[in-house]
Design a protein around this ligand. Structure first.
Ligand code: SAM
Length: 305
């Protein structure tokens, strides 16, 4: 008899690509085995992701089960403080260098966590490869989440060639450098000096010649006198709504703002958005954040009032 579990059904021809993406984003639940069903493959996922439904799965035999973890480049972040499990995990994958356990939640203005090292090289720095790009990250110094890789591709695909883009909360640059592929110019700002240091490094690492890094508080950006941007990315889910008037001032009429927010009910931020701009709004849930809370994105077409 199997267990009830969230699962994602994908056509067989997309199975390998999906498996790699779920592994990259730490969403593949390794306590269960993916299984074919008709023309599709059902993948067990660790949380309710868009398109997931409930299915029954056979659990993997106990000795094969590795501790739950999220992969960020050569680092595994475990959900439990289990040094013995960490050693097994490290031994299971030659590409793993370090196993960490978060001692805190994501906290503070810089959105970082403190970690203890459970196994391997005592470092919080690693290189992440995402859709052909490389990002050097230091998880203790600056925010990075591999789980947004699909979201970055979605925004890239929505873009036209030659846009002027502003990333207001750029971190080490994953959105800015991904979007630079189609943009004419990307301005990438963050107020964490360590994040900007890695952002500058990652711009050079990816030979992105059209990304301008800035050590700046996003609240100050409207006073710089930029030519309005075609697209503004606001990935600071706990506080981005506060910065929406600044983003709207920086975006051209008809341009798009991608506002990431944490919400407890669908449409929670619609009244606030409508008070700032009159254009079209599409809302999507990106992933579960904690029980009863969603990481949502609002794609907002700016209509100057
Ligand atoms: C959730 S992280 C997102 C980073 C990046 N966009 C990514 O996807 O990895 C939010 C970032 O906003 C930065 N931040 C927080 N408040 C800010 C502000 N007022 N102005 C500019 N950056 C800010 C933090 O330092 C952090 O790097």
């Amino acid at each position: 008899m199997g267990e009830e579990q969230w699962c994602l059904a994908v056509p067989k021809r997309e199975a390998e690509q999906t498996r790699r993406r779920l592994l990259e984003e730490g969403l593949l639940d390794r306590n269960f085995r993916p299984r074919p069903e008709g023309d599709a493959v059902l993948f067990p996922v660790t949380e309710e992701v868009p398109g997931a439904v409930r299915c029954e799965f056979e659990a993997v035999p106990e000795q094969a089960v590795l501790p739950r973890h999220e992969l960020v480049g050569g680092i595994a972040i475990m959900q439990e403080n289990d040094p013995e499990g960490a050693e097994r995990l490290l031994a299971s994958r030659p590409s793993l260098e370090t196993v960490l356990f978060p001692q805190t939640a994501v906290e503070g203005e810089y959105r970082t966590r403190r970690f203890s090292v459970l196994a391997g090289v005592p470092s919080t720095r690693t290189r992440v490869t995402e859709y052909g790009l490389s990002f050097d990250v230091d998880l203790a110094l600056a925010y990075f989440s591999a789980r947004l890789s699909t979201e970055r591709q979605r925004v890239l695909e929505a873009m036209g060639e030659g846009e002027r883009v502003l990333d207001m909360f750029a971190g080490v640059g994953p959105f800015a450098i991904t979007l630079a592929h189609r943009a004419a110019l990307v301005v990438a700002a963050d107020l964490n000096p360590a994040a900007v240091h890695l952002l500058v490094h990652n711009i050079a690492l990816n030979r992105a010649t059209n990304v301008i890094p800035m050590l700046a508080d996003a609240a100050h950006l409207p006073r710089i006198g930029f030519v309005p941007f075609d697209r503004v990315v606001m990935n600071l889910p706990l506080a981005a709504p506060e910065f929406l008037p600044a983003a709207a001032a920086l975006c051209r009429d008809g341009g798009t703002i991608h506002l990431y927010a944490l919400e407890e009910r669908e449409g929670e931020y619609l009244p606030l958005i409508r008070a700032v701009t009159g254009g079209e709004i599409a809302e999507r849930q990106v992933r579960t954040y904690s029980p009863g809370k969603w990481h949502a994105v609002y794609d907002i077409v700016v209509e100057k009032k």
